[in-house]
Design a protein around this ligand. Sequence first.
Ligand code: ITT
Length: 210
Amino acid sequence: MSKLKILFATGNQNKVKEVQKLVENDEIEILSLKDLKLDNLDVEENGKTFEDNAKIKAEFFSKHTDLPVIADDSGLVIDALNGEPGVYSARYLGETLSFKDKCKIILEKMKELKSIKDRSARFVCVACLAKNGKIILCKEGRVEGYISFELRGEKGFGYDPIFFYPQLNMTFAEMPLEEKNKISHRFKAFKSLFEEIKKLPELTREVSNS
Ligand code: ITT
């Protein structure tokens, strides 16, 4: 049986890598915007919530292909910063600043918070599925942790070097992808999205017919 092809509509190649790894031995095949030559398209993420923005992206790109489309919106929510950077995670402190510098500025803002319990944070991911311009379903995943006292690790992307995961005593940037992919917000959201997708006859029928 051939695999169910799904477009993952993201301009972030790190996200593509993570989600392709998730379905490595699965009946689902993740294609990127580049694979479908749709990487010249962009849509404004002007929603107020992760779910709004995930829907905007999935809906928009699903008007440009007949394949089912998934998109995610995700970010880091820091309690001590009133939920910042939150839905603005990608644009926080300006799009030209590197994520390393954004991480350093966050650490500076939090330098007076000496106790780990005052540094609580979570990564949130909402992943949505759309087909032919219509949203079919969305799933959310979260992972709880703390903002570290210094940047640690070179793996991952974005805010990974300052997101400390106490159960493994390391930041996400110190964690091999296989480990991050067992616990992350993206893993949780996509795992439950893929479970639901496999139950949808109008999508899976196309797999057995192809
Ligand atoms: P697309 O919108 O094209 O998918 P993006 O990178 O702009 O790509 P988002 O709008 O969802 O993605 O922004 C989320 C930002 O939050 C992202 O740029 C990272 O900085 C951060 N982020 C999300 N998930 C992360 C993770 O697993 N590790 C580190 N940072 C993450």
